[in-house]
Design a protein around this ligand. Structure first.
Ligand code: ADP
Length: 160
């Protein structure tokens, strides 16, 4: 049986940190499903299909990676996909509390599912979509933080 993992998130938009993590996950698992959360409370600037499209474009060179979207609980989505591993990223200590709570909540809700944490390259350890959007909205050049194909849509969206 090929080993599959789901990497869930909002990816609003995908950053080089996400790509770094997907690349690492693809080295460990036969298949990695990048799963874009649809019902996201943070009011994303990109629609779900836009986020999926950007991820598909930027991960097409990474073997074993597919991109989908999902609604509702990630553990239910994982059950429907018959996958029992979730990938999450740990950047700073500050991620730890939230990720720890979420992993343990998910474990209570679904004992068969494990969360596996991966650390990005230190070059991306500070990078978040939220900060990136703030900086880009204030006119910062964010080209070193996002894939080339994301730069333009990000600038355009924030200009509105
Ligand atoms: P969410 O809002 O669900 O946390 P994100 O798209 O912000 O979704 O992040 C998805 C996952 O990717 C999270 O586990 C997050 O910690 C991780 N992540 C985000 N940015 C980075 C980065 N620069 N390096 C490593 N992991 C990251």
């Amino acid at each position: 049986m090929p080993k599959t993992a789901i990497y869930p998130g909002s990816f609003d938009p995908v950053t080089n940190g996400h790509i770094d993590l997907i690349t690492r996950a693809a080295r460990i698992f036969d298949k990695v499903i990048v799963a874009v959360a649809h019902n996201y409370h943070k009011k994303p600037i990109f629609t779900t299909p836009e986020r999926v499209k950007m991820l598909k474009e930027t991960t097409k060179g990474i073997k074993g990676v597919t991109v989908e979207s999902f609604e509702g609980l990630v553990i239910e989505y994982a059950h429907t996909k018959k996958v029992n591993v979730l990938i999450r990223g740990l950047r700073m200590i500050s991620d730890f509390e939230y990720e720890f709570q979420m992993a343990l909540t998910n474990r209570r809700l679904a004992q068969d599912i494990e969360t596996v944490f991966l650390m990005p390259s230190e070059s991306y350890a500070f990078l978040s979509s939220t900060l990136l959007k703030e900086a880009a909205a204030l006119g910062a050049d964010v080209s070193q933080f996002v894939p080339k194909s994301v730069e333009k849509p990000l600038k355009e969206r924030l200009r509105r």
